[in-house]
Design a binder for this molecule. Structure first.
Ligand code: AMP
Length: 575
């Protein structure tokens, strides 16, 4: 059945039944999906060039088509962007481009986006919503506080629109029609979602949610960071929001005329509501349980909370109080991969079941990745429980055997399709000598050291890292922003703990022999990471996609923001 029909008469039980069926035949469905992709695009220049000659079986596909990264496809993508509408990667011309966030890899990537990818997005969202709704039903036609920001699309040299994947989905001609079938509506009018300035949009998202506070069924965003960011802002501006509600007049900080006009339709003086919100906020200790306090009928908080978002879970729990935190699905601008069909699992143990009909998936054993030899990826149903793999995708959007750069661990199977845990992005970050530390290693080390802060009742707000090579030997630098600053001895202890917690053998041995200098912890002033985020958003990122860069590297502007805000620094005495 076409997605349009599915959504208009959305039946969660039917959706679950369908996924149960396809996940029982994951191997066969994968073969069919590959065949469909290859048949559809057999006339494309790329598939002809690699010599596939119309064959659609997995064996020929693997023999002919090389494993690639984005860099390998850039010349093809560039031609499409510049206006060449011949069948380059796909038979039908690519109508739009998605921009990956690039906050984790430094450089933003352009990725083809077409109707099939739009349908895949809808399919995965409906699938996980169906499972979520079975466990935590929301009221039909209820509302949701969705921190959604649709950035402007810009036009490539060849005249094609390009925007974030979220924007492309939101602006797709079928989106609104399809969303009608779902059981909830965003509290915010479209003008807010499409607002050109994220500060104004965020203010209005919060205001609209307060106006409908009894109807809000859940709180969500693509990445959990936006939810934390939203409520951190609430802590600062809640009195202004109360004033707006009391007098029915929107604060002057919101200047966009279309937003002002849209809000004026729903905002009228309501001193009773203003008093209720004022009392609730004044009665809370350190904002614990703010979400259920403000939105008494909310059932859960939903968004991606794994991987780079894990460090925000603690702050999210503070705001969510007793409400369950449910993890968002797994995918990327390149294409979706897997849905959360076990919504009751906490973020720390969340897994994602691969949808075998939205793409063709291969898995490179992690051992193969590190070896020099040609990696030999396994098929979807060949993976082993407990093993970690780098994921390779073939999509309906013209990417063939594309290395996504993510490492995932197989935790089990949902029928015959694997359930994956997101491990980390594969790209190496911290490295000076023979040491190799990934984003995950950094995260673990920061997690360990920040335990020391718990006793001090201090929160780690955000962090990033860099390598300092201007003096020999080079050393790691970790930047921390804290909710308040503890005693210097405590931070010295944190610094030592950070250093000790990088367990990679290359790091430990280099530290012991002095080939790497003592780790440095730099404490930055409050608001520094807000400045980093604002800078990234000004560079064209949207809040939906934003992930704090965990490694600064050659990003000079981010380096200058954090460096000019350093309040104190400590050098490790751990070795
Ligand atoms: P982007 O294409 O810029 O939106 O970022 C996609 C990347 O975000 C993926 O390649 C993953 O590294 C990360 N990501 C997406 N979904 C999840 C998830 N559920 N858990 C952890 N990381 C995720």
């Amino acid at each position: 059945m076409k997605m349009v029909e599915k959504m208009v008469e959305f039946k969660p039980e039917k959706m679950i039944k369908e996924f149960e069926e396809i996940s029982k035949n994951a191997g066969k469905i994968q073969e069919e999906t590959l065949k469909k992709i290859l048949e559809e695009n057999r006339e494309s220049e790329y598939l002809k060039e690699v010599g596939l000659n119309g064959r659609t079986d997995a064996q020929s596909f693997k023999q002919c088509v090389p494993l690639v990264t984005h860099k390998d496809l850039e010349p093809y993508i560039q031609r499409i962007m510049d206006g060449d509408s011949s069948p380059i990667l796909t038979r039908n011309p690519i109508p739009t481009f998605s921009l990956s966030s690039g906050t984790t890899q430094g450089k933003r990537k352009f990725i083809p986006f077409n109707d099939e990818l739009f349908e895949n997005t809808m399919q995965i969202q409906l699938t996980s919503f169906a499972y979520r709704n079975r466990e935590y039903p929301v009221e039909k036609a209820g509302k949701a506080l969705v921190f959604l920001y649709s950035s402007k699309q810009f036009i490539t040299k060849g005249g094609l629109p390009a925007g974030t994947a979220t924007t492309n989905v939101f602006r797709h001609r079928n989106y609104k029609e399809l969303m009608k079938g779902l059981q909830f509506r965003s509290c915010s009018p479209e003008e807010v979602i499409c607002g050109p300035d994220f500060h104004e949009a965020l203010y209005c998202h919060l205001l609209c949610a307060l106006l409908y506070h009894n109807e809000v069924q859940f709180i969500s965003s693509t990445f959990a960071h936006s939810i934390v960011q939203g409520f951190q802002t609430f802590e600062l501006i809640w009195e202004d929001l109360c004033t707006d509600i009391r007098f029915g007049i929107l604060n002057e900080r919101v200047t966009d005329p279309s937003i002002r006009a849209a809000i004026s339709k729903i905002l009228s003086p309501n001193p009773t509501l203003a008093d209720i919100i004022h009392d609730k906020c004044s009665g809370l200790s350190k904002w614990y349980g703010l979400i259920p306090e403000l939105f008494p009928n909310a059932k859960y908080v939903y968004g991606i909370m794994t991987g780079a978002m894990e460090p925000y879970v603690k702050q999210l729990r503070k705001y969510a109080g007793w409400l369950p935190l449910i993890c968002g699905d797994y995918g990327s601008s390149e294409g979706w991969v897997a849905a959360n069909v076990n919504p009751s699992l906490p973020p720390e143990s969340a897994t994602f079941a691969v949808l075998p009909d939205i793409g063709y998936f291969e898995f490179i054993p992690l051992d193969d990745v590190t070896k020099q030899s040609e990696p030999k990826p396994l098929g979807l149903i060949e993976v082993k429980i407990g093993e970690t793999y780098e994921i390779v995708i073939t999509t309906f959007g013209g990417l063939y055997r594309y290395r996504l750069g993510d490492a995932v661990k197989v935790m089990g199977f949902h029928n015959s399709t694997p359930e994956l845990k997101f491990v980390c992005r594969q790209n190496l970050m911290l490295s000076i000598n023979i040491d190799k530390n990934t984003e995950k290693d950094l995260q673990l080390s920061v997690e360990e050291a920040s335990k020391i802060l718990v006793a001090e009742k201090i929160e780690l707000i955000d962090f990033t890292s860099n390598v300092e090579l201007s003096k020999q030997p080079g050393h790691y630098v970790i930047f921390w922003e804290l909710s308040s600053e503890p005693d210097g001895n405590v931070l010295q202890e944190c610094c030592n703990c950070l250093d000790r917690s990088f367990l990679d053998a290359g790091y430990v041995s280099s530290r012991k022999v002095g080939m790497i200098g003592p780790l440095e912890l730099r404490i930055v002033r409050k608001g520094t990471f807000y400045k980093v985020m604002s800078y990234c958003l000004n560079m064209g990122n949207t809040l939906n996609q934003f992930k704090t860069p965990r490694f600064i590297g050659s990003n000079n502007k981010v380096l200058s923001i954090v460096s000019s805000n350093v309040a104190n620094c400590y050098f490790s005495t751990a070795y």
